[in-house]
Design a protein around this ligand. Structure first.
Ligand code: S3P
Length: 172
């Protein structure tokens, strides 16, 4: 696919650690279209990290900014848009995404997600006494919602970013 063929923004959704940002960057490079990342946009506008925003202003504030960023980016020219793991859970975000973009769920199993997030301290939702149990709960609650995405691309432990990128391109 060439940029000319990419008529709709490709919106990557899925759990923390699924590879949305890494695959999104590679996908954008392969297709020659801009890469946008909702978390990065929110951080840049606030001049704070996601963790700081959660701490200072709370999750509801963050979610409102997330919806604004998605509304703005999905209305612009086609791009690859990587979203935070909670973005697709909100009905209004899903509606905007399905009206103007194509959603792609990067689906990775719990063990793989945990291996990627366990040593990072950047995710406020996992700052709990038992982050693994929290991840497990979030995963179970969200899976049926992510499954509403237009396309599912499953990740496996051996898959590289390039493998995932090719699989997304094949599925588009
Ligand atoms: C969140 C995921 C994070 C970030 C915030 C909340 C979530 O993004 O938006 O910490 O609700 O799953 P990543 O999926 O990029 O980690």
């Amino acid at each position: 696919k060439t940029p000319a063929e990419l008529k709709r923004t490709v919106v990557l959704v899925g759990m923390m650690g699924a590879g949305k940002t890494a695959v999104g960057k590679a996908l954008a490079a392969r297709l020659g279209v801009p890469f946008r990342d909702s978390d990065a946009e929110i951080e840049a506008a606030a001049a704070m990290t996601i963790a700081e925003i959660f701490e200072r202003d709370g999750e509801a504030f963050f979610r409102a900014r997330e919806t604004e960023v998605i509304r703005r980016l999905i209305s612009g020219p086609p791009c690859i848009l990587s979203t935070g793991g909670g973005a697709f859970l909100q009905a209004q975000n899903r509606e905007m995404i399905s009206a103007k973009g194509v959603s792609v769920w990067l689906n990775a199993d719990l063990a793989l997600l945990w291996s990627r997030v366990k040593n990072k301290d950047t995710r406020p939702l996992l700052r709990t006494p038992d982050p693994y149990a929290t991840l497990q709960e979030i995963y179970a609650a969200r899976t049926p919602i992510y499954a509403r995405a237009d396309i599912e691309v499953a990740s496996q432990p051996g898959y590289t970013i390039e493998t995932m990128t090719s699989r997304v391109i094949d599925a588009l």
